[in-house]
Ligand binder design. Structure first.
Ligand code: F6R
Length: 241
């Protein structure tokens, strides 16, 4: 695994945005896997600037997001579709028809999951996947467990995750307890992965990605088996490597 450590959040955001824009410049019609959450926000901001300054062009890029809350429509301010539109898609020259996020309000979840997998595969799989990581080790919403799903599925969120994500909602009761998420198999099939981490609350899990054993109880540890992962972390997140 490659490791890039920087002093602060701003620097990791800039470095990640540069890596993503270089990748797009070499593969103009690539398929990106995208994450929500606090960590990639700075990278999206920089990519918006690069797009405005014509350093990167999203017109042929396709994207698949990792996950969406079950029960929230794309108009809900806490849905991941809303997050992506507001923080990224609305500000770059991407064709929104080429941006895919599971539909949290679909009637038939199993079909939605199957269709999502098929769409990813039809477009040739994910070329570059952006990941954040939960302080409990989750990637996407693949939570620590005795078993993991390979493919897109409906996941139960753990208490830790519900608590961590309640910061975005009015109160903890409003946080959905389930989400549709890509599975670890689809994430691991990505040709390249960039994992972003910032802050001391990610230090333990980042340390374990580099030094720990592989375990389904720490889904991010599976990344050790991937041939092309770049971890971009600030000093605090990298402090236990
Ligand atoms: C988001 C996602 C999650 C987050 C993780 C870290 O689409 O899949 O796995 O990447 O919960 O979230 P932040 O960046 O808010 O610490």
């Amino acid at each position: 695994m490659e490791l890039y450590v920087f002093d602060n959040y701003d620097e990791i955001s800039r470095y990640a945005a540069k890596m993503v824009s270089d990748f797009i410049n070499e593969n103009s019609n690539c398929v990106l896997g995208l994450a929500t959450g606090s960590t990639p926000l700075g990278m999206y901001k920089k990519l918006i600037e690069y797009n405005r300054d014509r350093i990167v062009n999203f017109s042929e890029v396709k994207t698949f997001n990792l996950d969406e809350y079950r029960g929230l429509s794309g108009e809900h301010p806490q849905s991941y579709r809303y997050f992506m539109n507001k923080n990224f898609f609305d500000h770059v020259n991407i064709d929104k028809n080429n941006t895919f996020i599971p539909n949290g309000t679909c009637e038939d979840v199993a079909k939605e999951c199957r269709d999502y997998e098929e769409k990813i595969n039809e477009l040739g799989g994910i070329d570059l996947q952006i990941l954040g990581v939960g302080s409990n080790g989750h990637i996407g919403f693949n939570e620590p467990s005795s078993e993991l799903y390979a493919y897109t599925h409906l996941a139960d969120l753990t208490e830790d995750t519900i608590k961590a994500n309640s910061r975005f909602f009015k109160n903890i009761e409003e946080v959905p307890s389930k989400a549709i998420t890509m599975g670890v198999g689809q994430i691991m099939k990505s040709k390249r992965i960039i994992l972003l981490a910032s802050g001391v609350n990610k230090a333990k899990v980042i340390g374990r990605i580099f030094n720990g054993k592989i375990s389904t109880e720490n889904p991010s540890s599976i990344l050790q088996l991937h041939p092309s992962v770049a971890v971009i972390a600030d000093k605090k997140a990298a402090s236990l490597i």
